[in-house]
Ligand binder design. Structure first.
Ligand SMILES: C[S@@+](CC[C@H](N)C(=O)[O-])C[C@H]1O[C@@H](n2cnc3c(N)ncnc32)[C@H](O)[C@@H]1O
Length: 350
């Protein structure tokens, strides 16, 4: 964490944070503790990342190592002990924490992927903007927004923040923060808030959207990308419901290996799609399912299978529902556009 983040970071209660640095390397604060001057809640900075969560939501062994190492220097009021945690958030966090630390590698295809998610925005949009990537996962979109010239805060509930920190550590204009969309620890500083593939996994997705809008200042552009319900037949819904009943509760390693089955299926169909294209049978090729994966390497297909089968909650939305979300938040200059006929980009300005 860089000290400059303190002009953007606050306690979720809105209070100012005081900072005690425990370990530092140049401008990077590796370990430390922050205390809210209003509500007195404490937040550790561990391995360069401020953990703006109740202790029960922070990875146990990470927190234990920290308290062991600094037990002499922790002030009394820094006792971090809050047993309350919402089950669903904990499970979602565990699932993504595992997923994004296993699939943490950056692929060159992610740049085009990012530009697809944010279309019609172009790289030049990011120059000198302050951007929040809400639910940044392992930081692939944070990475490109930073490379295009923005100061970016990658924010996520899960241990994925550790992978995001490693992927983005070469950028002086990136900060990674661990926390919860329902308790955003920021001041109203952002020019652009993006949340790509996150809200549909929340227990209350529309409330999550409202929290992001609340954080926006006048003129902030907000982008949410959501799964679309269009084209989901009864068969798909039934199959998904049945398979996920088994897979969501599977031990993570077991699910990881199980995901080779769908990933190999996607990969084989993608090969067939390409082969038909080479032979000029593009009409036939277009009928092959999962062709949207054809341009991605095998590991991305495996990660997506894990995402689909392991996440506790997946919600799907129609265009009308997305429009309603925007309307309910009174956003201006809004649009809902389709991505690949199976998902929606919601744009709106506060
Ligand atoms: C499908 S991943 C998307 C990650 C990233 N946006 C991307 O497209 O690569 C969803 C992310 O949302 C995060 N998430 C889920 N619930 C959250 C919450 N309440 N607050 C913050 N992040 C959350 C998960 O930890 C996970 O990393």
């Amino acid at each position: 964490m860089k000290k400059s983040l303190l002009r953007i970071l606050s306690c979720p209660c809105g209070g100012e944070l005081s900072l005690d640095v425990l370990d530092k390397n140049g401008i990077e604060i590796n370990d430390g503790i922050m205390n809210c001057v209003s509500c007195k809640q404490s937040y550790p900075i561990i391995n360069g990342i401020p953990r703006m969560l109740p202790a029960s939501m922070i990875n146990n062994s990470v927190l234990r190592q920290f308290t062991e190492k600094y037990k002499e220097s922790l002030p009394n009021h820094a006792e971090i002990n809050d047993k309350k945690a919402e089950k669903i958030k904990v499970e979602t966090s565990k699932s993504f924490g595992f997923q994004w630390n296993v699939f943490s590698e950056m692929h060159k295809e992610y740049e085009k992927n990012f530009l697809n998610y944010i279309e019609p925005l172009r790289p030049s949009f990011f120059k000198n903007k302050i951007v929040l990537d809400a639910g940044c996962g392992f930081g692939r979109h944070t990475y490109y927004a930073a490379r295009y010239g923005a100061e970016v805060i990658g924010f996520d509930l899960s241990d994925a923040v550790d992978a995001a920190y490693q992927n983005c550590r070469k950028f002086p204009n990136v900060h990674i923060v661990q926390g919860d969309i329902y308790n955003l620890p920021f001041r109203k500083k952002f020019d652009f808030i993006m949340s790509i593939g996150v809200l549909h996994h929340l227990p209350y997705p529309k409330k999550g959207y409202a929290e992001l809008v609340k954080l926006a200042k006048s003129g902030t552009l907000i982008l949410a990308w959501l799964y679309g319900s269009e084209g989901r037949t009864f068969k798909t819904v039934f199959l998904e419901g049945t398979i996920r009943k088994i897979t969501v509760g599977m031990p993570q390693r077991m699910l990881y290996y199980f995901c080779y089955i769908p990933a190999i299926l996607y990969h084989t169909l993608n090969k067939l799609y390409r082969l038909l294209g080479w032979f000029g049978a593009s009409g036939l090729a277009e009928r092959i399912p999962f062709k949207n994966y054809a341009k991605f390497p095998f590991r991305v297909k495996l990660a997506d299978a894990y995402d689909f089968l392991g996440t506790p909650i997946n919600n799907y939305y129609s265009r009308e529902e997305c429009e309603q979300w925007i309307k309910d938040e009174n956003l201006r200059k809004s649009s809902v556009t389709s991505l690949g006929g199976r998902s929606w980009r919601l744009f709106g300005t506060k």
